[in-house]
Design a binder for this molecule. Structure first.
Ligand SMILES: C[S@@+](CC[C@H](N)C(=O)[O-])C[C@H]1O[C@@H](n2cnc3c(N)ncnc32)[C@H](O)[C@@H]1O
Length: 281
């Protein structure tokens, strides 16, 4: 049987009509209709036969089809029950895919994957991009690579460097756990319905070791959060939100050679680490 390629406007509209699907804006349902983009994502993830892949939000199976055709062993987690019914049909006949009905923020990913190394490949629902990416990274799951479609703005924030307007707590966290790179930009016309914003595919290669050594990751991220919590304030004032006395803040900044009059968003990972390690002594 030669099954039709789903990443095509007519095929997608036909599937939606056949199953009576009304796409939910609330669930971030914008389906890919561009096979070139699907192929480029599969290539960016360097999928080899037998690779274990977690796909988040398979929708009607557009990207899933590209992944299974390339020989990946796919576990696809979809929250929308009506789409799970569609997937049973559109992915019928493929043995290397398993669809799980559930919320990616709630399912036990380790249990579902049952393997000690896998890739995450997804066209993410944009309303929960950050919680999904942060959840995967903070849980220290054995993910080697994340290749995800996100809003272009979010991709820019993930790769942003200190002192730029896009640099924030997300940049620090993503760069602490991974080496992120923007692979390509995807225009709204590659989706149905077309989103209001441009998208980007970002590849995050998970690091075996973070780029800086910190005594306490919890404290490191508390400091990062405090530094970015009040962008208009000086670093010295922003760090007061950690609840530390001003004297301790002054001491740490002095020891780390950081001017407290700077803005938090100019600090590098090394500088955040230096404050963390001073306070961890
Ligand atoms: C942007 S669409 C991508 C669909 C498909 N992968 C594609 O590329 O055309 C996002 C998908 O994520 C699903 N979704 C939304 N929230 C989810 C959640 N919390 N857990 C799992 N899937 C979710 C939506 O129902 C939708 O199918």
């Amino acid at each position: 049987m030669i099954e039709p390629t789903i990443a095509n406007r007519d095929v997608t509209l036909h599937i939606l009509k056949t199953f009576g699907i009304h796409m939910s804006k609330k669930l971030g349902q914008n389906f890919l209709i561009d096979e070139q983009v699907v192929q480029a994502i599969v290539q960016a993830a360097n999928i080899q036969t037998g690779d274990a892949v977690l796909e988040i939000g398979p929708g009607i199976g557009t990207l899933t089809q590209g992944l299974v055709r390339s020989g990946a062993q796919v576990t696809a987690v979809e929250i929308d029950r009506q789409l799970v019914t569609v997937l049973a049909k559109t992915l019928e006949g493929y043995e290397n895919v398993r669809v799980v009905h559930g919320d990616i923020l709630r399912v036990n990913i380790s249990q579902e994957m049952g393997t000690d190394s896998y890739k995450v490949v997804a066209n993410l629902p944009y309303y929960i991009t950050t919680p999904i990416i942060m959840g995967l990274l903070e849980q220290r799951l054995p993910v080697e690579l994340l290749v995800t479609m996100v809003q272009k703005e979010v991709a820019r924030r993930m790769v942003a460097l200190p002192g730029t307007k896009d640099y924030g707590a997300l940049s620090v966290a993503v760069q602490y756990y991974t080496e992120p790179e923007i692979m390509f930009i995807v225009p709204p016309r590659s989706f149905v319905p077309a989103p209001a914003v441009e998208s980007a595919v970002i590849r995050c290669t998970v690091r075996t070791q973070p780029p800086v050594t910190v005594q306490s990751e919890k404290l490191f991220f508390q400091i990062v959060k405090a530094a970015f919590s009040q962008r208009r304030k000086t670093l010295f004032n922003a760090l007061k939100t950690t609840g530390r006395p001003p004297e301790e803040i002054k001491e740490a900044l002095l020891a780390a050679g950081i001017d407290g009059a700077r803005r938090g968003e100019t600090l590098s990972l090394e500088e955040f680490a230096a404050i963390t390690n001073y306070w961890s002594k």
